[in-house]
Design a protein around this ligand. Structure first.
Ligand code: F6P
Length: 322
């Protein structure tokens, strides 16, 4: 095994609060071990273009709390091509990078998996996405912050919903995964929660909406990946009960920004540190995550397997959320 002297790091896909904390974890641990650290900008795009900067922890330390990513990010179409990946490999060779750390979500790990087929360097991943849709970790970086932001905003919408006794359909992010919806819905006492993982929940929702009597607000949290979706759900409710006073709110990208929660800052520091240490211990092509609050390393091919809301949470939906 080649001695690691120079590590490259990048953030990729949708930014998430906690990415900067993870960068700090990586930088500090690299410094402790006398390693050089280069940051590639804009995710895989920076790898292809050779757009890199030297990183040191003194600057990153001041940004541990900040949302977004100081290294910038992108969803790279070029890296999906073999030519793009070959170019990235050349850039790594030219810059004498011995190992690579990627911080990102599902698309990032699929990219790493494809890259590992042509490039022999050791890769280490850190789960960074608000969606919490990766296997091999109980929580991804940014999920906790996004749920807190969603809850803060849903509480506000509830104030106005209750004043008017309105039905509100509130769409939250999460791609094909209902974790943000279920956490933010249960945490705000929502009257119904629609998530992609439970197929028939809208039938109960429509029954409830049909008997809605304008004496109380009725707040529904809809995961963006739910098969029904907010607009069709609103249409169906109106068909059943044309008199309803109904509004739609899409929380959108507000959920991705803002300072990282205490949990995500700590998670970022832990996983950033663990990633460098795992590389130094000879590990490759695994993601650093936490399972039962213990650090854990999971091979990339298992990380990208579907990670859906678990049975326990789904059973809570039957009691509280639909
Ligand atoms: O993966 C994070 C996420 O915010 C998803 O929840 C959402 O579906 C998607 O990214 C939005 O992507 P974009 O910022 O490219 O519109």
């Amino acid at each position: 095994m080649k001695t690691i002297k120079h590590i490259g790091v990048f953030t990729s896909g949708g930014d998430s609060p906690g990415m900067n904390a993870a960068l700090h974890g990586v930088a500090k641990t690299a410094e402790m071990n006398n390693l050089r650290l280069s940051g590639f900008k804009k995710g895989y795009e920076g790898l292809i273009d050779g757009d890199l900067v030297q990183l040191d922890s003194s600057q990153l330390k001041k940004n541990v709390h900040r949302g977004g990513t100081l290294l910038k990010t992108a969803r790279s179409k070029r890296f999906l091509t073999l030519e793009g990946r070959q170019r990235a490999m050349q850039i790594l060779e030219m810059n004498k990078v011995d190992a690579l750390i990627a911080i990102g979500g599902d698309g990032t790990f699929k990219g790493l998996l494809a890259f590992s087929e042509i490039c022999d360097l050791p890769f280490l991943g850190i789960p960074g996405t608000i969606d919490n849709d990766l296997a091999g970790t109980d929580f991804t970086l940014g999920f906790d912050s996004a749920v807190n932001t969603a809850i803060e905003n849903i509480d506000k919408i509830r104030d106005t919903a209750e004043s008017h006794n309105r039905i509100f359909l509130i769409e939250v992010m999460g791609r094909d995964c209902g974790y943000i919806a279920i956490h933010s819905g249960l945490g705000t006492g929502a009257d119904a929660i629609l998530i992609p993982e439970s197929g028939h929940d809208f039938i109960q929702l429509l029954e409830k909406a049909g008997s809605y009597d304008r004496e109380e607000a009725f707040v529904v949290i809809v995961s963006e990946g739910d098969e029904l979706g907010v607009e069709p759900a609103a249409k169906k409710i109106k068909e059943i009960n044309p008199e309803v006073d109904l509004r739609i709110a899409k929380l959108g990208h507000v959920q991705r920004g803002g300072n990282a929660s205490a949990f995500d800052r700590m998670l970022g520091i832990r996983l950033g540190t663990a990633a460098v240490e795992a590389l130094l211990h000879g590990r490759k092509n695994v993601m650093a995550g936490i399972l039962n609050n213990q650090l854990s390393l999971t091979p990339f091919d298992q990380v990208v397997k579907e990670h859906q809301v678990n049975d326990e949470l789904r059973s809570l939906l039957k009691i509280f959320g639909s």
